[in-house]
Design a protein around this ligand. Structure first.
Ligand code: GRG
Length: 311
């Protein structure tokens, strides 16, 4: 409330996030139980990535959006889990040899390194199916079917050629291309990030607003807010990449650390990238100004958390 200091407000928000992520982790654990062979291996592979300590930003966004429009946290939990499943599946696929060919993710061997490519791909398929099944099955208990349909529709848009897949496709298409014209480079970069990152954050917030019973206007405000936060997330990520690499370069001089990929600092410089992130944060907050500021506090803090994070 208004009498609190900035510090106690921040610690209140941090404990809010910790409490929420514990609930999310528990729900995710229950959503993918171990079972008998031959499916056991797939479930193990799913659990390996799903329960390996992500920041849970997307589920958090979904739950907070639901509560902001007056819904219960438990109502949005299935949708929150579904979005995290989609996120996990996209990470597994992104790390495959035919994509980024990564051997480490969150400091651990990637899914295909542990379970093999065949199992990793089946885990991706199973995740997409489970995300739909889980949302429909568990949300139908207390949400009107029309809203359940809308929520699933938003998730589908976030995954496919209007979302993640489009972002990855643009990323692949841009490999090896040189963007000597900054305007073109920036457009390309923005397209990648709006689709690879913002689309799923948007789906998370919008799904929360839908199942929480939000009005069309409220849902669209949440959409605009989440799109800003998604883009901002990536701008901050790029800046952190540069500042971290140059710190580490002093020690290791590793070639891998100087990435060839297009980034915001490369297009507009570190200083301008930071300014851009701050501008997106202000825009994100602007989209929430029609809500009661006390109720919007978690989402406002989430935006600050994204822009201020150090890793
Ligand atoms: C739908 C299976 C499927 C694939 C779509 C491979 C692919 C096509 C898209 C790749 C999308 C991708 C990997 C985007 C990166 C998004 C991103 C910002 C990842 C990092 O998110 P954090 O920081 O991760 O929230 P944590 O580890 O905290 O969960």
């Amino acid at each position: 409330s208004h009498t609190m200091t900035a510090e106690s407000y921040e610690s209140e928000f941090l404990s809010y996030m910790i409490r929420k992520s514990k609930l999310v982790n528990k729900a995710l654990d229950e959503a993918v139980p171990l079972c008998q062979p031959p499916v056991l291996k797939i479930r193990e592979a799913m659990r390996y990535t799903l329960l390996s300590g992500g920041k849970r930003i997307r589920p958090m966004l979904c739950l907070a959006a639901c509560e902001l429009v007056g819904g219960k946290e438990s109502t949005a939990m299935p949708a929150a889990c579904a979005i995290e499943m989609i996120h996990a599946s996209s990470l597994i696929q992104d790390d495959l040899p035919c994509m980024d060919d990564d051997s480490l993710r969150r400091g651990k061997p990637t899914n295909h390194k542990v379970f093999g490519e065949n199992i990793a791909i089946l885990a991706v398929d199973a995740f997409i199916a489970l995300a739909i099944k889980h949302t429909v099955e568990s949300t139908s208990l207390d949400v009107h079917p029309r809203r359940v349909l809308r929520a699933v529709l938003e998730m589908a848009k976030g995954i496919g050629t209007e979302g993640l897949v489009a972002g990855q496709a643009a990323d692949l298409a841009g490999e090896g291309m040189s963007f000597d014209n900054n305007e073109v480079g920036l457009k390309h970069l923005e397209f990648i990030h709006v689709h690879k990152t913002a689309a799923l954050l948007e789906a998370a917030a919008v799904m929360g607003g839908i199942v929480g019973g939000g009005s069309d206007e409220e849902i669209e405000s949440l959409r605009s807010y989440a799109r800003c936060v998604g883009l901002m997330f990536q701008v901050v990520d790029d800046v952190l990449d540069v500042t971290k690499s140059s710190e580490e370069l002093g020690k290791t001089a590793g070639k891998d650390l100087i990435s060839e990929k297009l980034t915001y600092p490369k297009v507009m410089g570190v200083e301008k990238s930071r300014e851009y992130a701050d501008k997106l944060n202000r825009e994100a907050r602007e989209h929430l100004k029609t809500f009661d500021p006390d109720k919007a506090a978690p989402l406002l803090f989430l935006a600050d958390y994204v822009v201020n994070r150090q890793n």
